[in-house]
Design a protein around this ligand. Structure first.
Ligand SMILES: Cc1cc2nc3c(=O)[nH]c(=O)nc-3n(C[C@H](O)[C@H](O)[C@H](O)COP(=O)(O)OP(=O)(O)OC[C@H]3O[C@@H](n4cnc5c(N)ncnc54)[C@H](O)[C@@H]3O)c2cc1C
Length: 264
């Protein structure tokens, strides 16, 4: 059974600067790590492989330095890494990112379970996993916190809801997005570290994916970022002092003023 884990390399800090002209992240000089949620996805794929046999492929779309994220996953026990890297992919929004990843997974041909993190710590949209499933027309189970059962052609997983849990059975192939409650990611072993140094990471470009050039990169991205900014800090509130019967009329007047000025 082939497990495919989508791994995004993200800045180590959440204090990332935005380029004011292009509205994209300024990654230069910022240390990069595997998106924390993707560590749980890698771990779960390794555990599922131990249950069913098979292989774990990690895949990332990103600049050449995302190679190190794939090597880290191989050090944890993944069998192989594939990097999708091409200038043509630059500027992709979540639609184009999920399309590109989906085309690469389609090229693999035999992925049974595709695992993603719940969301990325920089983009934070949680759209890419469901987007891949939609592009491949596959079922998906999101926010998975436990895989209860897996067979050759089906999977049963428990997913987290805001007010409880839900147990879903799905045919395979299927895409899962996982939450941090699912497991405790392992540390790389010495043997794994040696293997990761020697591993040959395949690099696939747009021309390797049989993808529509109009669907990738900035050109293929339906989302256009008009402006990115840090909202100003909230100004301090005002505390009204006095007896309730004295301050309520003044409070109501202030609220009316605030509503009217917000509406104008
Ligand atoms: C118009 C536009 C232009 C943009 N241009 C740029 C740009 O130039 N540079 C830039 O860095 N970002 C850019 N972005 C942001 C970029 O689109 C998102 O970071 C990316 O699509 C992933 O979305 P996310 O971070 O919200 O991931 P989420 O949807 O929150 O991630 C969920 C899961 O999907 C998987 N995943 C997500 N991204 C990848 C990936 N790349 N490879 C493998 N698996 C992945 C992981 O498993 C992850 O846990 C742009 C966005 C827009 C809207």
């Amino acid at each position: 059974m082939r497990y495919v884990v989508c791994v995004k390399q993200v800045p180590e800090t959440t204090d990332v600067k935005i380029n004011p002209e292009t509205h994209t992240l300024m990654r230069e000089g910022v240390a990069a790590i595997i998106n924390p949620f993707d560590m749980y996805a890698i771990e779960e794929a390794l555990r599922l492989k131990a249950r069913t046999g098979g292989t774990v492929t990690v895949i990332s779309m990103g600049p050449p330095q995302a190679d190190s994220a794939l090597r880290e996953a191989i050090a944890m026990g993944a069998d192989e890494g594939i990097l999708l890297s091409d200038r043509a992919f630059a500027g992709s929004d979540t639609w184009a990112t999920s399309y590109t990843l989906a085309m690469a997974i389609r090229k693999m041909g035999d992925a049974k379970v595709i695992l993603c993190g719940k969301q990325a710590s920089d983009g934070d949209t949680a759209q890419v996993g469901p987007g891949i499933a939609a592009h491949l027309d596959l079922p998906q189970i999101t926010y998975v916190r436990k895989v209860e059962d897996i067979k050759e052609n089906s999977i049963v997983a428990e997913r987290m809801l805001e007010d409880g849990t839900e147990v879903i059975e799905s045919p395979l192939p299927c895409l899962l997005t996982v939450v941090k409650e699912i497991n405790e990611p392992r540390l790389p072993s010495l043997k794994g570290k040696m293997a990761s140094k020697k591993a040959v990471i395949a690099t696939w470009k747009a021309s390797d994916l049989n993808c529509d050039p109009k669907c990738i990169g900035l050109e293929g991205s339906p989302t256009k970022v008009v402006k990115v900014f840090t909202p100003p800090p909230r100004s301090g509130g005002e505390i009204l002092k006095g007896e309730p019967e004295e301050i309520i009329p003044s409070l109501v007047a202030k609220l009316k003023d605030a509503v009217l000025s917000a509406a104008n």
